[in-house]
Ligand binder design. Structure first.
Ligand code: T3D
Length: 258
C-alpha cells in the first residue's frame, strides 16, 4: 500500500505530505508514526533546513480516523501518548523551522497539528475546526495549551464548545495563521516561503525556537538567563561569523545552517 505520509526533499526543504486524501487525511496509526519518523529524520539530516507539513487532496487533516479506532492498542491515554503527543512535541522541539501548509480543512487533532507549526501558511480553501465537542471529546494534541495562548481563554473556549468553523480571514485576524494565499498558487507560495526560511541560519533558528518555547513557560528572569546561555552557543556558529562578516563588507550573507 502507498505510504500514509509522502516525503521529498527539494532545495533543503523536507515536505511531509499527509496522504490519505479519501478521508481528508484523517490520522490512522500509520500516518501518525510515519509523520513522527519523518520529523525525527529531519532532525538528523543536516541537508534539511526547513520542514513543511501539508495534506494531499482537498483536506489538510480531519483528525483521528474515526473508522480506524480498532487500531488503538490499549487505552485512549496510551494511544494519545504514543502518537499525537510525540508528533506535537517533535514539531515543537525540532531545532529547525516547521511550517504547516494548511491546504484544506484542519479538524480535531488536525487543527492541533496546524496550530503547532512555527509558521502557519493557509490556502484560502483552508478551514479550522476544534471539532472534538461534536463527538463529545476534549480538544487534545496540544490545542488546550496553544489555542488560549493565541486567542485568549474565552475565544478558545467558544471555538471549542461550539466547534465553530474558522475561515481564513478570521484566522488571520485571530492569529491562527501568518499568511493566506490563493488556492491556485498555494503550492508555489509555500515552496518559495519554505526555501526562503531554509536559507536562514538554521542552527540559530533552532536555538530561537528553544528560547521561545522556554520563555512561554518561565518568568522573565529565567528567560533572560536562558537567552544569555543560548546566545553563547549561537555566538560560536559558523553562520554568526558569516553574518557579521557580510554586514561589515556590505554584502548579502550566505548561511550554511551550521
Ligand atoms: O484516540 C483517539 O481517538 C483520541 C484522539 C482524538 C483526536 C481527534 O482528532 S478526535 C476528532 C476526530 N475528527 C472528527 O471528528 C472530524 C470528522 N469529520 C468531519 O467533521 C468532517 O469530515 C469535516 C468537517 C472535517 C469535513 O467535512 P466535509 O463536508 O468537507 O467532508 P466530509 O464529506 O465529511 O468528508 C469526506 C470523507 O472523509 C467522508 O468519507 P466518504 O463519505 O467520502 O466515504 C468522511 O467520512 C471522511 N472523513 C472525514 N473525517 C474523517 C473521515 N473518516 C474518518 N475519520 C475522520 N475523522
Amino acid at each position: 500500500s502507498s505510504p500514509a505520509v509522502l516525503q521529498s526533499v527539494h532545495n533543503h526543504v523536507l515536505y511531509l505530505t499527509l496522504n490519505r486524501p479519501d478521508v481528508l487525511n484523517a490520522a490512522n496509526n500509520a500516518l501518525l508514526l510515519e509523520l513522527l519518523e519523518g520529523l525525527k529524520a529531519a532532525g538528523r539530516d543536516p541537508e534539511v533546513r526547513a520542514v513543511v507539513i501539508t495534506g494531499a487532496g482537498r483536506g489538510f487533516c480531519a483528525g483521528q480516523d474515526l473508522a480506524a479506532v480498532e487500531e488503538r492498542a490499549g487505552s485512549f491515554t496510551e494511544h494519545i501518548e504514543r502518537t499525537y503527543n510525540r508528533v506535537i512535541l517533535q514539531m515543537r522541539t525540532l531545532e529547525k523551522p516547521v511550517i504547516t501548509a494548511v491546504n484544506g480543512v484542519a479538524a480535531g487533532a488536525g487543527a492541533s497539528i496546524a496550530l503547532a507549526g512555527d509558521v502557519r501558511l493557509w490556502s484560502d480553501a483552508a478551514r479550522f475546526i476544534e471539532v472534538f465537542s461534536n463527538i463529545a471529546l476534549i480538544p487534545d494534541s496540544g490545542s488546550t495549551w496553544l489555542l488560549p495562548r493565541i486567542v485568549g481563554y474565552h475565544r478558545a473556549f467558544e471555538l471549542m464548545a461550539l466547534a465553530e468553523r474558522v475561515e481564513p480571514g478570521d484566522a488571520l485576524r485571530l492569529g491562527l495563521c501568518e499568511h493566506v494565499y490563493p488556492a491556485e498558487t498555494f503550492e508555489a507560495e509555500v515552496r518559495a516561503y519554505a526555501e526562503r526560511m531554509a536559507a536562514r541560519p538554521t542552527r540559530a533558528l533552532g536555538l530561537t525556537k528553544r528560547a521561545l518555547n522556554y520563555a512561554l513557560t518561565h518568568t522573565l528572569e529565567d528567560a533572560l538567563q536562558h537567552e544569555a546561555y543560548l546566545q553563547e552557543a549561537a555566538s560560536r556558529l559558523e553562520d554568526h561569523q558569516e553574518g557579521v562578516s557580510a554586514f561589515l563588507h556590505k554584502r548579502a550573507p550566505e548561511f550554511k545552517g551550521r
